[in-house]
Design a protein around this ligand. Sequence first.
Ligand code: S3P
Length: 441
Amino acid sequence: MSAKLSLIAAKAKQGLTGRIRVPGDKSMSHRAVMFSSLANGTSEITGLLEGEDVMATLAAFRAMGVQADGPAGGKLTVHGVGMRGLRAPEQDLDMGNSGTAMRLITGILAAQNFASKLIGDESLSGRPMRRVTVPLSAMGARCATDENGCPPIHIRGVEKLEPIDYKLPMASAQIKSAVLLAGLYASGETSVTEPAPTRDHTERMLKAYGYAVETERLSDEASTIRLSGGGELTATNIDIPADISSAAFFMVAASIVPGSELVLEHVCVNPTRTGIIDVLKAMGADIKLLNPRAVGGEPVADIKVKYVGLKGAVIDPKLVPLAIDEFPVICVAAACAEGHTTVSGAEELRHKESDRISAMVTGLRAIGVEVEERKDGMVVTGGSITGGEVESYHDHRIAMSFAVAGGVADGEIVINEADNVATSFPNFVELAKLAGLDVSD
Ligand code: S3P
C-alpha cells in the first residue's frame, strides 16, 4: 500500500451476508515464526498472516541466518537452527510497526552471544520498551532503550541469563512472553505472575514445540507461568486459525448494519481472546459459535453474527485484557448503540500503535458522535453517525474501525493515513467489499 493511503467508507447498501475467512492470527503467526526458527528441524506453518508485522519478524530471523521458504498462500516452511543457532545480524533489525515483534524478540536476543539493535517505524519508536528491558536486565541481560524508554533497543550478548520470578506490573502478554522466552535460556526456573489473564499463545505454542510450561491458577484472575531454561524446541507443523481481532471488525459491522447475517470462518476462540464476544453480547448482539473444534492446541469455531440493534453497556474492566485490541471497534459499536457505553480500566490503550483513547475520541467527534474522554477510557453516547474526515494516526485498527462506522454513516467517512492496515489485515478492503461494506482506497 502507498504511504499516504486514504480509505473512503460509505453506507452499506444492504446487510453483510455470506461466509468469509479473515487472515491468520497475528499473535500466533509471530510466535510460529520465532519458535520454528529456534527449533531443531523443519516446521511447516499454514494459515500464516502475511501482514507487514509478521514479515518484519520473518525478516529478522532471516537476517540472523534462518532459512525459510515462502510465505505463499499462508504457507511457510522454516528450517530451524536450534536454540543456539542464530547468527549476528549484519544490520539493525527493523521491527516496522510491531510492538509484539520488538518485545518478544528482545527476550530472545537478550540471551544470544552477539550484539543487536532493534529499530522501528515512527509509531513503534514512541512506544514504551522499559517494560521489557527492566525485567530482562534483572535476569542479567544487557539491553537498553533510548533515554525516553523507547526504541531503539541495543542488546549486547551475555553468556548466561539468571532465572527470575517476575510479577507483571500490568496485564501484558508481550511482557510475559519476553520474560518467558528469555527464561528458555536461563539456568533454572523462571516464573511470571500475571495479575489478570492475558493471551496465552506463548504457553500453548511452546508446548506444541515440545517445551514443558506449567500454569498455576492463583485466583480467578491471577496465574503463575513457569518454565525451566536449557531445553530444546522440536519442529512441528502449525495450522494458524483466523484472527479474532480481525474478525472483530466484521462482528461489529454485522451487528450494526441492518439485515446482516454473516459467518466468520475458522476463528481462534481462545478464551484469553474472546472478550469482544462478551462485550458485544453485553450490548445485546446476536453472536453464536458454530462447530467448535481444536486446531493446533487452540479452540476454533465459526462465528455467526446476526444484526440486532445494540444497547449501551458499562463494560466490565475485567474484559479489557481479553479484548485489548478490539476497543477501537467496540467504540464504533457503542456509537451505534442506544444509550451510553462506558469504557474504564483501559489506560493501556494509550500505549498501542497510537493513543487509541485519544484517536477514537477525536475521530468519533469528527463524525458527529458525542464522547466524553477519560484518562482510562471514555463514555460514548450512541446516536447517528454523520460522516466526515478522520485521522487514523497510522494505526491499522483505528483505520478499520472507522471503515466499519462508514457502513451506517449518513455521509462518507474519509479515513486518512490508512496505509498501516497492511500490518495486520492486507486484504481488508477486498474482504469488506465481499461481505457488503462500501469501502474503497
Ligand atoms: C499481543 C499482546 C497484546 C496486544 C498485541 C499483541 C501479543 O499486547 O495488544 O496486539 O501477541 O502478545 P499487551 O499484552 O502487551 O497488551
